[in-house]
Write a protein that binds this ligand. Structure first.
Ligand code: HAM
Length: 404
């Protein structure tokens, strides 16, 4: 038997699908309220796009890409995340040259060849937003508030972790200091960190190895080395969050796994889903548009991991909806089919093609959570009527077919 690939799941359970669409309804509603509109980019892009944006030193590009050569000898890859494709589309459509503010949201599958475990898939879904053209840190705060609004509407508790990664003014000096520190403990750090020291030293700070972690407790902290502009922005960001009742923790080791960030970096984590606890992450990436050959454009965004959120959603109680129609005699089946067709012009309606007794029709209507169970037997057939039971209010009535 052919099975789905490891770490790739079907969504066929009706309840899971309902949770999925409920999440998307809430998230898109909130994004639209913040003035974002939908963008869709291809699942497959040139590999170079991710190498240049997410970064060669990241785990995503280094180890996790679904990369192959297509029939036209192009080096392509399934997107491991959404930001790079949106930035590519933004530049390709010349929106960088047009200037102004452009705000997009998107959702869809992402692919990372990671070791599958609970909460970590090889095909997973993200909901994300990207905002272009706003340099003000108020936009960073809006991103965080948007995630908080979505989580609040879904009834999901969280901890927000915040850091600033500095900019081209303060980062190079900090990087030099950090490298000197890493060299002082180099004999004791893991192989991955030795590699990171060469490629992207700040990534050592989020190494999961306990020994490395305890060594890095004494490492210089970027937060103490920010230039005035970065420090002012970080203070403003904290004040906006304070003013709007959003609590946060400063995590000086939060560097995020993608290379394109500068200044604000944030992650929302849940304590209720096990070790893969990040439910959303994002930050500012002011250099990426230029890096991908566009006109320099400030940008900030985030993405949420939908599968992780589905486990946490507090679903509202579902109310009964629509019509179930059934015949008690074979002669009534054609009439039932026509009435169902008529009802579908305005409502959800489902009919049974087999004649059954009333008790069985009521059972079927209840199972599909219909609001009305509508049945035609011999009497109704002769009298031109339909017997209707309102399953929510538990009332019964006889309705003329022309009024149905
Ligand atoms: P990211 O932190 O790599 O950021 O991913 C965002 C979210 O996707 C994570 O917080 C997590 O919930 C979910 N996620 C990541 N990997 C997996 C996996 N293997 N299985 C299940 N869920 C996963 C980005 O992707 C950036 N593009 C976010 C961004 C947008 N930054 C700026 N704009």
């Amino acid at each position: 038997m052919i099975k789905s690939l490891r770490g790739m799941n079907d969504i066929l359970d009706e309840n899971e699908y309902k949770r999925f669409t409920y999440f998307l309804d809430v998230a898109t509603d909130v994004a639209k309220k913040y003035g974002f509109h939908y963008i869709e980019t291809p699942l497959l892009e040139e590999t170079a796009l991710f190498k240049r944006s997410v970064g060669e030193s990241s785990d995503i590009v280094g180890k996790e890409m679904y990369q192959f050569i297509d029939k036209g000898e192009n080096d392509v890859c399934l997107r491991p995340e959404g930001t790079a494709g949106v930035v590519r589309a933004f530049i390709q459509k010349k929106l960088d040259k047009a200037g102004g503010i452009h705000r997009f949201f998107y959702y869809g599958p992402m692919f990372r060849y990671e070791r599958p475990q609970k909460g970590r898939l090889r095909e997973f879904h993200q909901f994300g937003v990207e905002s272009f053209g706003v340099a003000s840190v108020y936009e960073d705060a809006a991103m965080i508030m948007m995630v908080a609004d979505i989580l609040k509407r879904l009834g999901i508790g969280y901890r927000l972790q915040l850091n600033s990664l500095g900019d081209t003014n303060c980062m190079p000096q900090y990087r030099d200091n950090l490298v000197s520190f890493i060299e002082s403990v180099e004999d004791d750090i893991c192989q991955d960190c030795k590699r990171r020291k060469e490629t992207n030293p700040i990534r050592v700070l989020d190494c999961k190895n306990e020994k490395c972690q305890s060594l890095y407790e004494n490492a210089p902290k970027l937060i103490n080395a920010l230039c005035d502009s970065c420090e002012n922005d970080f203070e403003t960001l904290k004040k906006i969050l304070d003013d709007n009742g959003i609590t946060y923790e400063i995590d000086t080791n939060l560097v995020r796994g993608l290379d394109y960030y500068s200044k604000t970096a944030f992650e929302f984590v849940s304590d209720n889903i096990g070790s893969q606890s990040a439910i959303a992450g994002g930050g500012r990436y002011d250099r990426l548009v230029e890096f991908l050959d566009g006109r320099p454009t400030p940008a900030v965004g985030f993405a949420m991991g939908i599968e992780r959120l589905l486990e946490l959603i507090d679903m509202p109680e579902e109310s009964r909806e629509g019509y179930y129609l059934g015949a008690m005699d074979n002669e009534a089946i054609d009439t039932i089919v026509s009435l169902t067709h008529k009802k579908r012009a305005s409502d959800k309606a489902v009919c049974d093609y087999k004649a059954k007794n009333l008790k069985n029709h009521l059972k079927s209507a209840d199972k599909m959570n219909a609001k009305y169970c509508c049945v035609i037997g011999t009497n109704e057939m002769n009298e031109g009527t339909v017997w209707v039971k309102d399953l929510q209010n538990k009332t019964e009535s006889i309705i003329k077919r022309e009024d149905f």
